[in-house]
Design a protein around this ligand. Sequence first.
Ligand code: PLP
Length: 436
Amino acid sequence: MNPLAKELNETLSGSAMYELLAPYGRRFYFPKGIITQAAEAKQHAHKFDATVGLAVKNGEPLHLEEIASHFSGLSAGELFSYAPTPGDPKLRARWQQEMIKKNPKLEGKPVSQPLVVPGLTAGISILSDLFFDTGDELVVPDMFWGNYRLIFEGRKQSSLKRFTFFHGDGFNLDAMEAAVRESAKEHRTAEGAPKAAVVLNFPNNPTGYSPTNEEAVEIARRLTAIADEGVKLLVICDDAYFGLFYEDGTYTQSLFADLADAHPNLVAVKVDGATKEDFVWGFRLGFVTFGCAGSSPEQYQAIEKKLGGAVRAAVSNSSRPAQSLLLKALETPGYAEEKQAAFELLRDRYHAVRRMLEQHSLPNGVRALPFNSGYFMAFELENGGAENLRRKLLHEQGIGTISIEDRYLRVAFSGVDFEHIEELYRAIFQAMHDSA
Ligand SMILES: Cc1ncc(COP(=O)(O)O)c(C=O)c1O
């Protein structure tokens, strides 16, 4: 094993973070090659810097005016240079501050520094490299973002263990707990401890559901109890749609804030990012943050190094212009106001959907699944036929929706202007009645 990996493993030794690492994660380290030497040169090379593979003219990155002219307010360095592999340090610090503002329960809790990744997908995928191997398992609700299948089953040859998302109109706490317990019975760390991994994605894709305050407390309590029984537990909080909570009584913090210091056997990882939170889908900008009770600053640095190594091996580093633009925006006073206005715009659409559902009856065997947040809502068709319904809407009305397993129809109300929500839902209801 590489001596740097060995060193990191020694720092992490005895922790749940270490025990949960797959062989890939145990092998990984951040190399002291070009990247480290270039960083050293940045501090000490006061004459010439001939380290990185980047062209320089008069002290700034050589660049083409035809490209630079389309940006304003960013220097050539902020646009064209490579960002450090773990991300722009100022952006990382700023994102952490914002995270605490958005999740006051995180105040004073030691966590790792958010590490920049090129979007949440990359964050989850890199985590899957570090923590999953053939035969491992991830517990997911039966309503989950389909890309988990590609990442965990396709790339890692791990499996997804599904539990039923809803019990009545709420989150199925018992089913989640039972699935995690069963998974822990069947899986062990290399050291022989029972282990399990679960993903919590709220607001959820595809249902648009987030837990109530009471449910959030229970989710945290039950996962902590499992960890307390000796299970090494990885909890991935996929917070892609964080902040878009539309109802009173919905939990408005990430469960990461509760789990980050819940138990030394419980490793919480927050995967979040600017993609949807800041309406920059194509920028490819996400963050990964670890929290585990009892971890020392050195251990957090060690896990960041392993993560950084995995980023370096996969994509080298994330988009520099995207990081610079986000940092500028976060430092601009009008930004928060504008973001609030965008939130209100989506919330108005949500309420318009709610009104349509209140005012119209659905055919027998069709129901709207509970939803209170995010971009989506979904209908469940007890007797199937979601794919036919989708095609009917598409080919007869020119309306695009998503069918899932022929049983669910997902509608992204986020993608339709407020004034067209009524027309959209009238068409959906009509198509449902026509095909009933
Ligand atoms: C639940 C969930 N997680 C992660 C992502 C991926 O986000 P990104 O575009 O930043 O990779 C999505 C995007 O659709 C999503 O719905």
